[in-house]
Design a protein around this ligand. Sequence first.
Ligand code: SF4
Length: 328
Amino acid sequence: MNDKTAQIAEEILDGKIIDRAETEYLFSLGDEDFQDLLYWANRIREKFFGKKVKVCSIVPGRLGGCSQDCKFCAQSSRYETSFKKTETLSDEEILKAAKKAKQKGVPNFGIVYSGKTISEEELARLEKLISKIKNEIGIGVCGGFGIINYEQAQRLARAGMSRYNHNLETSRNNFKNIVTTHDYNSRTETIKAAKQAGLGICAGGIFGIGETDADRIDMALELRELDVDMVPMNFLHPIAGTPLADMPTMQPREILRLIALYRFILPRVHIKAAGGRMLNLRDMQSWIFYAGATAIISGDYLTTAGRAVEEDLQMIKDLGLEAELVCG
Ligand code: SF4
């Protein structure tokens, strides 16, 4: 057992938040320390979250046709993918999906939109829909509609929204290599605005897009600074037609290492294994919890097929953990 890792982990278990030097040390560990990292990440997860695991599902309210150029994304209209054109759910379809979520017994309806932001007209529509879902169907709403300011966040919160999703995607330094149509500050400002409006924050990023370990550390520390409460970790699922179509997929042990390292850096924040889980982790999916994850996205992802919620619930039960359906 590595003494220094053990010492850092014991301090985290005692409530300490690690600094950049300790973070860099943990990232420098080699494959021989893999089991050690997972052992301690699991201990940290158990200490702060016990047996509870959150399960989220999302409904794409607006899919594809996005003006932005995020290199990993199948929904950009700039790339030749099957999501080039925008498809928007009608009011009836959204309300029907929310009723279905209510029948499943989940406390929140999770809905996300493609696109840089939302228009005034769309915001007004969403306000009405969110209010109906909250007051008439009787469940909360979480999700994301792109870049928003404080006033827009306030209107969504007043309508009944409880949590906003807006990923940083990668580090500030690497962002320009991945997205050129908007800047990193618009992302951090959106998160700050949503938080100031009283919304819970779900913000993470995507890995396997050419970032370095330094980028991964930068993003984790930025998320910690922003005081988010859930960090979705997506792992590139290369899509034909996008600029990252030929990127090699990530290795399962590399993903587990990253989840464990994020658990060390963000000991009390939910870490959610999200897009790319099926493709990249293959048979090692259930290991994510022993690496420190406390949440998963279940069911289909936005542009790729996922696993049936029932299968994930069975996996969680088999691991001796307790699933809590958060949104559907
Ligand atoms: S990640 Fe979001 S903003 Fe970027 S291209 Fe995809 S839908 Fe558009």
